[in-house]
Design a protein. Structure first.
Length: 391
């Protein structure tokens, strides 16, 4: 019955679409605005000498079971991506554009029938020196991003931030012909856990959103590539309502979530750049800090952490990119309970070769070690090969 119903809906949809586009030439898609379709198809082949969290991505290494390593081999095309860029109208002197982007890291209940998820979805209203962005975008505090083949991009290993719904204002100040100061401020959704078990995200339970900001200097210094330096961060809070567990009642408590981040991208010569961040903060689990640990509910405290990464980017030839990276995420031991993750360190080396601007192959080796408080550490040797076709 369900199959018949699904087929009927699909058939009706085809008829309606055919009716609407009856006067449109074959092979042509129309819109009231110019739309650009973009994306890529990517296959990753992965070997891990020890299980990592989670699945195709490596955030941290899981402990051994009975002292034995458990290696894994994976093939996945989940990272393949599809996006739409919409060039909208001019309104009150500013240009309105939009972007909608998805990949296939949605609900992970199948390894060969992937579920789509929205990565980005925002409108941008841009004027000559300022703009308003509304929708889901990368954290406003992200200034630089490391280059990795692993889709986790050093999350829980020294690189903070993901994507979330937000309102963002950006203002540019020209300092000279080759440099400018960029100020960004945003109110964003607070994403937390459900520690009290009330069926409500503890971040949503807060009476205020999260505030994010960045001060970024862009300037041409040593090469024609721009040097980028920034100070950024965020502040918000989560509310854990009172709850009872094991006959013990825990009172309502508010937990701050904050970060202060320093970032730098420094091109030394055309073929060599240094990229990195250093940060400190508290309750950073949904920002991929603290090795995915934000609140210690037993001690009723937020978990402080410090970390960062440094990457050497080398371009020895036009078609070749080589990267060497070190990353660390180090929660404060005094905020942790036994067996919680106490330190995450990684060393990464990768090489990518572009047969053309659209066809790229890459190989990456990653050594990842996760330490556990009062317990044995876990280590992983990860080898990942990838092939990507951009369109």
């Amino acid at each position: 019955m369900m199959c018949l119903k699904s087929f009927s809906v699909a058939a009706l949809s085809i008829v309606l679409v055919g009716t609407v586009l009856a006067d449109v030439p074959v092979g042509q898609v129309t819109s009231k605005y110019d739309i650009t379709i973009y994306g890529y198809i990517k296959l990753d082949a992965i070997y891990d000498s020890q299980k990592t969290a989670v699945g195709d991505l490596a955030f941290f290494v899981l402990p051994k079971v009975d002292g034995e390593e458990d290696s894994e081999t994976r093939l996945t095309a989940r990272q393949s991506r599809l996006g739409l860029k919409v060039n909208g109208p001019e309104v009150e002197g500013g240009r309105v554009t939009g972007l909608l982007e998805m990949d296939f890291y949605g609900k992970a209940d199948s390894d060969n029938a992937y579920h789509p998820r929205m990565r980005l979805g925002y409108l941008d209203w841009a004027f000559s020196t300022w703009s308003l962005r509304a929708g889901q975008d990368w954290e406003t505090f992200i200034v630089v991003v490391p280059t990795t083949i692993n889709f986790a991009t050093l999350s829980d290993q020294g690189s903070l931030g993901l994507r979330r719904p937000q309102f963002r204002l950006t203002k540019d100040f020209a300092l000279s012909e080759s440099s400018k100061l960029v100020l960004k401020g945003a109110v964003a959704r607070t994403v937390g856990q459900d520690i009290d078990g009330g069926g409500q995200d503890d971040g949503v339970d807060s009476d205020i959103p999260t505030f994010q900001g960045a001060v970024v200097l862009q300037s041409v210094l040593l090469t024609e590539k721009k040097t980028v330096a920034g100070i950024s961060g965020h502040w918000g809070k989560e509310v854990v309502d009172s709850y009872t567990k094991d006959d013990v009642t825990v009172d309502e408590k508010k937990y701050d979530s904050w970060s202060v981040i320093g970032s730098l991208c420094l091109p030394i010569i055309k073929q060599l750049s240094l990229v990195g961040t250093i940060w400190t903060g508290e309750n950073l689990d949904t920002y991929y800090g603290g090795i995915g640990q934000g609140i210690n509910p037993t001690a009723q405290k937020g978990i402080k952490a410090t970390g960062g990464y440094a990457q050497i980017q080398v371009f020895p030839m036009d078609k070749v990119n080589v990267n060497f990276t070190y990353g660390v995420d180090d929660p404060k031991d005094g905020d942790l309970a036994a067996n919680m993750r106490s330190k995450n360190e990684t060393l990464v080396a990768s090489i990518q070769y572009s047969f053309s601007s659209d066809l790229i192959v890459g190989l990456e080796y990653q050594y990842l070690e996760t330490k556990y408080k009062d317990s044995d550490s876990a280590k992983d040797n990860r080898v990942q090969a990838a092939m990507t076709f951009k369109f």
